[in-house]
Design a protein around this ligand. Structure first.
Ligand code: SF4
Ligand code: SF4
Length: 140
């Protein structure tokens, strides 16, 4: 079941370079109505419930209506992503609410240089990947 937007919470990511949900959706489903400055899922039947947009929305304006075999009618699973953790709020059908918090990283945000110990890019004519620099090509 697809995402839907609580329009009273969505501010269209005003003041940001892009609408976070439209930027993050791997299948380009989330779009921004620039007239109303409200986001919407422009192709709901294609949504695979990956929850990326839900976690990225700074205003918690997006919700996934999960399949009934995972979340029975009346329940909800709501993620809240911060720099260091993700918190899942589980609402049961009887009204009970539980929260689970999981750390998502062990280092400060922005502290990792993924290319720090990698060689500089080589020639585009070289068949080797840049991580294979120095290795000889296999002979056929
Ligand atoms: Fe796109 Fe995933 Fe959000 Fe669906 S749940 S709209 S696929 S980001
Ligand atoms: Fe609206 Fe949230 Fe999308 Fe920003 S990320 S446009 S606040 S739904």
């Amino acid at each position: 079941m697809p995402t839907f937007v609580h329009t009273e919470k969505c501010d269209g990511c005003t003041g940001r370079d892009v609408a976070a949900c439209a930027y993050i959706c791997p299948t380009d489903l989330m779009a921004l109505d620039t007239g109303r400055m409200k986001a919407f899922n422009q192709e709901p039947e294609q949504c695979w419930e990956c929850q990326c947009c839900v976690k990225a929305c700074p205003r918690q304006a997006i919700e996934v209506r999960a399949y009934q075999d995972v979340v029975p009618m009346g329940g909800a699973t709501i993620p809240l992503r911060t720099d260091q953790a993700i918190v899942w709020t589980i609402k049961f059908r009887d009204g009970e609410v539980k929260r689970f918090e999981f750390p998502v990283r062990t280092t400060p945000v922005g502290s990792i240089d993924p290319y720090a110990d990698k060689p500089a890019p080589g020639s585009l004519d070289d068949e080797r990947l840049f991580t294979e620099a120095g290795q000889s090509l296999p002979t056929i």
